[in-house]
Design a binder for this molecule. Structure first.
Ligand code: ADP
Ligand code: ASP
Ligand code: MG
Length: 478
């Protein structure tokens, strides 16, 4: 029995034309595999320049402005969402009764949205838990329409809310799956459908706690949903359909001549995703590793292109280029804890990172200090004020005695990361990277080599970020 999981991103379901194209891809896959499970994102932006929003963004923005007391944005958002989804229904679903039924389901979900936003406005605040309930509505609408569109091309399909079987922690907005109950429930819910020849169309992005409260897996989390479902069902392959020809040597918005990478190892892909390649959610690879499930990133709008294959053994991903790809994370802050009091005093690093953890901030990168007397790390820029406040409170006494300096922050920073399995074993790679940056007079403020040793990260000034990406990209071989 062969089973493939096909995930479609926001642009692949961005409008009626995209949904029809996606339905064709699914129809083809159904002829090649015994079983197919589809995972969908919310509707994103289509190629039409009049299309101005992505559904998840609009849902979240409306909820936040409702919390700020705005009573006009969410009714307006409802109208925009109704127009977008109804237009997609008209363009994709052949049968009039089906159109009517799915249209009513969309209206019901949108009434729920308006009611949730109305409560948020009355309360004057929106909790992470409420944001998750609201944000997940986009996938719930998209799954219903996509299932209808698939039926319209002659394939039996049923929409499923992943809240029924992806069971997660209650860390709202970035929940992680509890694989035991998730596996059990996914098998129980999906296998009977698959055996009956029905293609399940599962909502990406969302799950629920053990007690049934809706959660989300973090922005871009539909990729992660697909690999959770694939791991639970022990799938043979995952196909991640997006709007570019696979994983490219750099973000095409920064490097227009970036090229498709044919094969990547799971480790390389994890580093790329973690360090900013938004083509896959950073957690996507983890559930697939244990079960050796390959993943292919493909372009919905160029389906004959082979895209990128992600494999679990490095000998299957040969490369004649040591640096395979380069990524960037913009909008980060570099923090430095320094002072004479750091030298030889145990526990300062521990206290520093405990203080950061109390602010619920994840540290993106820790750099080797150039002098013994400082600890340098990088966090998302938005978290900088609370981290500085917490560190200043933690080291108040040491600062009063002059043993630790006031926390230094460098707010206009970016992380550039070069990725490739050969980086650790090939002499001179970092030298070449620094020379390339030096030739452009780009200063490197800190360096870190990832624990997996297939990545090297550098901090540069934010206003030189794109140039730095292009300079390092020139080192990837054609
Ligand atoms: P989807 O909605 O299909 O999940 P995303 O917008 O989340 O799509 O991810 C695809 C986008 O990721 C591409 O359109 C591209 O702009 C961006 N991207 C950034 N870095 C890379 C990279 N290295 N390779 C491919 N795409 C990248
Ligand atoms: N719709 C969600 C988001 O925009 C999840 C996804 O697209 O992967 O973040
Ligand atoms: Mg995505």
């Amino acid at each position: 029995m062969s089973l493939a999981v096909l995930k479609f991103g926001g642009t692949s379901v961005g409008d009626g034309a995209a949904i029809r194209q996606t339905a064709q891809i699914i129809r083809d896959a159904v002829t090649r595999w015994d079983h197919v499970v589809v995972v969908t994102s919310a509707m994103g932006k289509s190629a039409d320049p009049r299309d101005t929003f992505k559904v998840t963004d609009l849902l979240l923005n409306a909820a936040r402005s409702a919390a700020a007391g705005d009573s006009e944005s969410y009714p307006r958002a409802r109208r925009l969402l109704a127009d977008k989804h109804h237009a997609a229904i008209e363009a994709t679903i052949g049968n009039a009764d089906e159109r009517q039924r799915i249209g009513e389901e969309i209206d019901q979900l949108l009434s729920g949205f308006e009611m949730l936003c109305a409560s948020v406005r009355v309360l004057g605040e929106v909790t992470p838990r409420a944001l998750d309930a609201i944000a997940g509505l986009g996938e719930r609408m998209a799954a219903r329409i996509l299932a209808g569109a698939i039926r319209s091309v002659g394939v039996m399909a049923e929409p499923l809310d992943a809240t029924e079987f992806i069971i997660t922690t209650d860390r709202y907005q970035s929940a992680t799956p509890l694989m035991g109950p998730t596996r059990e429930r996914t098998i129980a819910r999906l296998m009977p459908l698959l055996q009956a020849g029905v293609t399940p169309v599962v909502t990406g992005f969302i799950g629920a706690t053990l007690s049934g409260v809706p959660t989300t897996l973090g922005r871009g989390g539909s990729d992660y949903s697909a690999s959770i479902v694939a791991a639970a069902l022990n799938a043979d392959e995952v196909y991640n359909y997006t709007d570019v020809d696979g994983v490219l040597t750099a973000d095409p918005r920064i490097v227009p001549d970036a090229r498709t990478i044919e094969v990547l190892t799971a480790q390389e892909m994890s580093e790329l995703a973690y360090f900013g390649a938004s083509v896959l959610h950073p957690m996507t690879i983890a559930p697939l590793v244990e079960r050796n499930i390959p993943l292919r990133v493909k372009n919905t709008f160029n389906p004959t292109h082979p895209g990128t294959l992600i494999v679990h053994r490095s000998d299957l991903a040969p490369s004649d280029s040591v640096i395979k790809a380069v990524t960037a994370i913009k909008d980060v802050s570099m923090m430095t804890v320094s002072g004479g009091g750091l030298k030889g005093v145990p526990g300062i690093a521990g206290r520093t990172f405990m203080a950061v953890a109390r602010t619920n901030t994840s540290v993106l990168m820790i750099s080797q200090a150039s002098a013994e007397q400082n600890i340098c790390f990088v966090i998302p820029k938005a978290a900088a004020p609370s981290v500085v406040a917490e560190l200043s409170a933690e080291f108040r006494q040491e600062m009063e005695h002059g043993e630790i300096n006031p926390i230094e922050t460098f707010d206009e920073a970016s992380i550039i990361t070069a990725v490739g399995m050969g980086i650790s074993e090939t002499p001179g790679v970092s030298g070449r990277v620094f020379s390339a940056l030096g030739a452009q007079k780009i200063n490197v403020f800190a360096i870190a080599q990832g624990s997996s040793e297939c990545a090297i990260s550098m901090i540069v000034a934010a206003d030189r970020c794109d140039e730095a990406v292009r300079a390092v990209h020139a080192l990837t071989k054609r």
